[in-house]
Design a protein around this ligand. Structure first.
Ligand code: RI2
Length: 322
């Protein structure tokens, strides 16, 4: 798919979910690179075009760190002095993109294996939004014969919860569909909460779909373990150097039709898409490298991302980071 189409679909959430967004961005860059390399474009021009495309993709949604990480990993090394032709740059980019996409899919399989071990017979698992990583853990536990049931939230305003219950129900997992405001009411029946994540900061805070932090609060009050699952490329290197994660605020029309809202002269409709769950509410973060306590987020950033994707260098050079 073209960069413009991919960017549009990410923006309007036809392509959504932090992992899928990342893979689609890598795929679009690889297609674009192959296309312009085939036209024998001079290297300088090729690089300018690739960086422009990268910026377009990074600018689509601000919160999921998987997106800039995927873009940076895909472009890694193409500007280096050892690359002297467009063909070389393109073949490096193709390798980066296919490695990233392959590793991203593999990461989900590993997370599923590890996460499934936390789900025991007789458990009641609560989940929020529609996370491929979280659902994979439940599907794997079910596949392994564990008998458990799920409480899944509706996820206003875009109702991603429906996608979750459909997948779980199709797999034969007993699922209860609840409105977001019923979380505390049902928490006493729950033995484990599993959610995905869009970003993890250096202090182990988790950014995920709006409402996640309220669920974490309820889980802590009820002493229910709260587990977050996510690939390592959802950790945010820029937070090591004082960068912040922007919380996306989406259009008010997702909450109320514009005509109806227009009648409310003194009302502002607020629609943040994500919230921040502090590290102290999170028992484990399960990555493809294993389960870590949130306090170990720095190690993931340093050992598995960090300098590799050049964000630290960008900061050192005084450029802004995205
Ligand atoms: P996976 C989603 O964001 C949800 O917040 C979900 O928990 C997170 O991405 C991670 O999803 P959105 O795109 O990568 O629906 O685990 O705003 O699929």
């Amino acid at each position: 798919m073209s960069v413009a189409d991919t960017a549009e679909k990410i923006k309007n959430m036809e392509i959504r979910g932090a992992g899928k967004i990342a893979r689609s961005a890598a795929g679009a860059l690889s297609e674009y690179s192959a296309g312009i390399a085939a036209k024998n474009m001079p290297l300088k021009e090729y690089l300018q075009n690739m960086h422009k495309a990268a910026d377009i993709l990074k600018g689509t949604r601000p919160t999921a760190v998987s997106l800039p990480n995927a873009v940076n990993i895909t472009l890694r090394g193409i500007d280096s002095a050892t690359i002297t032709s467009t063909a070389d740059a393109d073949s490096l980019l193709q390798r980066n993109a296919s490695e990233f996409i392959g590793n991203s899919k593999l990461a989900i399989q590993n997370i599923a294996e590890i996460g499934a071990r936390y789900i025991k017979d007789g458990d009641t698992v609560m989940t929020h939004c529609n996370s491929n990583a979280a659902i994979s853990c439940m599907l794997k536990a079910h596949e392994q014969g564990r008998d458990f049931e799920v409480f899944a939230t509706e996820v206003r305003p875009r109702n991603q919860g429906y996608l979750t219950i459909k997948t779980l129900s199709d797999a034969g997992i007993k699922t209860n569909f609840i409105v977001d405001s019923a979380v505390r009411y049902f928490m006493k029946k729950v033995s484990l909460v599993i959610t995905g994540c869009d970003a993890v900061t250096v202090n182990g805070a988790v950014i995920n779909k709006i409402g996640t932090s309220q669920i974490a609060l309820c889980a802590q009050e009820a002493r229910v373990p709260f587990i977050v699952v996510g690939e390592t490329y959802k950790f945010a290197p820029k937070t090591v150097m004082g960068g912040h994660i922007d919380i996306e605020e989406r259009d008010a029309s997702e909450i109320m039709p514009a005509e109806k809202a227009a009648l409310l002269k003194n009302v502002t409709i607020r629609n943040p898409a994500f919230d921040v769950t502090p590290a102290e509410y999170v028992d484990y973060i399960i990555t493809e490298k294993g389960a870590i306590p949130p306090a170990m987020a720095y190690l993931i950033i340093r050992e598995h991302l960090g300098w590799e994707i050049g964000e630290f260098d960008t900061i050192r050079n005084g450029k802004s980071v995205s």
